[in-house]
Design a protein around this ligand. Structure first.
Ligand code: SF4
Length: 378
């Protein structure tokens, strides 16, 4: 059965009701289970689990240490373009925001890379808006080919593509694709995405299937926390992950936890998730699923990230700029959202080391030498 059909079997309100009616007994059962299912996940994200947060954090820490060791992968996002043909009511890059648009040229990409590599990063996430005429599969292919010599691991967070397009990018060395549904509330999705290709809820919903079929190594899922009730949205995301793991079992998966941050357009989220609740959600994912990678970005504060890295997180962005050209080319252009943890990658790494955690990020063996020419021939 396709995920779309599985998704249509569930009713948002009924799912919400079943999460909110979980009891302390359900939570205890989930905490002590040998094998956990989606009903256990519901219990762990429910209000009934709040008094068990300490216990959940301890268990989550132990499970993460057992599976991943005391390591945290550090990666850097690089925004290639802020051009976008969609209207998303919460985003600074939305088509209806009158901002200066920019797409990096090959030389500008290398200029950014030159700056990024000064910190030694080996894992990079390429991010764009959704402007299919200028930022398309050929553009991504060229960008990946251009930077491949300098990174062991290249991920993208761009518009949903066709299966054949993912296959082309995989051939050039693409490692992972991140695609967040934003919200699984079908009706509300339309109000947040009133125009552009992204307004097609089901095309986005079926994107991870196309990525899985293309054989991409890793798929990243998530919801934009603040668009809808975080518990119900997170359940649907876990339901999606569960389906994907059963159907594309050779693929690795990650979950991210983007909370809405201030951006151009002054969007005020209708729903909130507190830091305590975000901790509960991170722990719930880890306890329910011991294999999934969990990622936290610089949207979160230094203080918060300094606490959560021990309880389930396996990767963190560091030193991030969320504007195209933000590292070297055009430092002052508009950011997609405000970065909250503004520490340098070195500061984050030394913090992790001081807590006996190993930051995995540098390629120590190679002396870095970027080649700017001949770009025209690339
Ligand atoms: S969230 Fe993505 S698709 Fe929507 S406006 Fe922003 S960049 Fe464009």
């Amino acid at each position: 059965m396709r995920f779309r059909e599985k998704f249509d079997l569930l009713d948002w309100e009924q799912v919400k009701q079943s999460i909110y009616s979980k009891t302390a007994n359900d939570v205890q059962k989930a905490l002590h289970a040998k094998k956990r299912n989606l009903e256990d996940f519901k219990a762990l994200i429910s209000p009934a689990a709040e008094p068990y947060l300490e216990q959940m954090a301890q268990l989550s820490h132990e499970l993460t240490k057992k599976r991943f060791g005391k390591t945290v992968q550090l990666f850097v996002p690089m925004y290639l373009s802020n051009e976008c043909h969609n209207i998303c009511t919460y985003c600074g890059f939305s088509l209806d925001n009158k901002i200066k648009r920019k797409t990096l040229s090959p030389i500008e990409i290398l200029t950014e890379i030159n700056e990024i590599k000064k910190h030694g990063f080996n894992h990079i996430l390429l991010v764009t808006g959704e402007a299919n005429q200028t930022v398309h599969v050929d553009y991504f292919k060229k960008a990946i080919e251009l930077i491949k010599p300098y990174f062991a691991n290249i991920s993208i967070e761009v518009q949903p593509l066709k299966k054949e397009e993912y296959e082309i990018l995989k051939e050039c060395g693409l490692y992972a694709v991140l695609v967040y549904q934003e919200t699984y509330h079908k009706e509300k999705y339309k109000t947040y995405h009133p125009a552009g290709k992204k307004s097609n809820f089901y095309y986005r919903l079926e994107t991870p299937d196309r990525i899985g079929k293309a054989g991409i190594h890793k798929i990243g899922l998530g919801v934009l926390l603040g668009l809808e009730d975080w518990r119900t949205d997170s359940f649907f995301c876990a339901y999606h992950l569960d389906y994907l793991e059963r159907n594309y079992w050779q693929t690795k998966y990650s979950i991210s936890f983007p909370r809405i941050r201030p951006a151009e357009g002054n969007f005020n989220p209708l729903y909130s998730i507190t830091e305590k609740e975000l901790v509960q959600l991170i722990c719930a994912y880890r306890i329910w699923n011991e294999e999934v990678e969990l990622s936290i970005s610089t949207r979160e504060s230094e203080k918060f990230r300094n606490h959560v890295f021990k309880i389930g997180i396996t990767s963190m962005s560091a030193g991030s700029k969320t504007n195209p050209g933000g590292y070297a080319v055009e430092k002052e252009s508009l950011e997609q959202f405000d970065v909250c943890d503004e520490r340098s990658p070195e500061e984050i790494a030394s913090f992790l080391l001081s807590h006996q955690y190993e930051p995995v990020w540098k390629d120590w063996d190679k002396s870095f030498q970027i080649s700017y020419e001949p770009i025209e021939q690339r």
